[in-house]
Design a protein around this ligand. Structure first.
Ligand SMILES: Nc1ncnc2c1ncn2[C@@H]1O[C@H](COP(=O)(O)OP(=O)(O)OP(=O)(O)O)[C@@H](O)[C@H]1O
Length: 247
């Protein structure tokens, strides 16, 4: 269409021209009126045309076509292109913000959980490698994250309950050694104990959930038929009572 205009066009309106304004139009000296208002041309008006507009040899009309501008540098992009560009920038930007927020949230959550875990971490790291989810009562009332021993295992550990360390409200406490040589104290609930299952479980529950350097660590438990026992790390320094007495 532009080529044809070299010869015959005086007015380019209604020709549905698309794209940027061709510079060659400025060479059409016979062209005195150039109406681009109803074409889909866009971009900056070529310098050659502007010169002709300024020297008055060309009457350039582009109506309300906002896609055409006179200054190449500040020329706005066509509306369609602008919205496309906005989509290309906006979507990745929103995605990046969401990803950063999620990563930050996970990081803060892990840090918080880490600090909680550290404050209640067992001194005896063996606790973590033991099976979890055992139910001391069989009714789902107690989930212990500690090792479960059979009565036979306790017999082996304590060399058939050979050495008594002391006696408390639940019954005798026996000296024992695990397979890896760790010394333990096995508290076996006696049938004649004046403290019942409820108290025994309460002690197990508390020691399973709370770990502190000033509290004895519970290594595991035994619920084997009628036998109930708790296995603790061995405290070599004696009892508080011994220390107070020795003062
Ligand atoms: N972890 C342990 N390491 C070494 N000795 C222990 C350990 N636990 C208990 N003992 C010994 O066994 C004794 C009885 O302890 P146990 O905890 O059964 O009774 P207690 O401290 O009097 O409390 P309670 O009557 O509430 O059970 C203690 O006095 C101590 O000599």
């Amino acid at each position: 269409m532009i080529k044809t205009c070299f010869i015959s066009c005086r007015n380019l309106s209604n020709n549905n021209l698309v794209g940027s304004i061709p510079n060659v139009l400025s060479q059409l000296t016979s062209l005195t009126v150039l109406d681009l208002s109803r074409n889909q041309l866009n971009g900056s008006i070529p310098f050659g045309l502007l010169v002709r507009v300024q020297d008055g040899s060309l009457d350039l009309r582009y109506g309300n076509n906002s896609d055409i501008c006179t200054n190449g540098n500040s020329c706005q992009l066509p509306t369609k292109q602008r919205s496309k560009l906005a989509i290309y920038i906006a979507i990745p930007a929103v995605l990046i913000v969401i990803i950063v927020a999620v990563v930050l949230f996970c990081f803060i959550r892990r840090k918080c959980q880490g600090s909680i875990n550290n404050s209640v971490r067992p001194r005896n790291e063996m606790m973590t490698s033991y099976a979890s989810g055992d139910d001391l009562y069989g009714d789902g009332s107690l989930r212990l994250e500690s090792r479960q021993f059979t009565y036979e295992e306790l017999k082996m550990i304590t060399n058939n309950f050979e050495r008594v360390l002391g006696r408390g409200g639940f019954g005798y406490v026996y000296d024992g050694f695990l397979e890896d040589g760790t010394q333990v104290a096995v508290k076996l609930r006696s049938h004649s104990s004046d403290q019942g299952d409820k108290e025994f479980l309460a002690e197990a529950r508390i020691l399973t959930q709370i770990h502190h350097k000033n509290l004895v660590t519970m290594i595991g438990y035994c619920k084997d038929g009628e036998y109930l026992a708790l296995v603790y790390e061995y405290m070599s320094e004696g009892t508080l009572h011994d220390h107070i007495e020795g003062m």
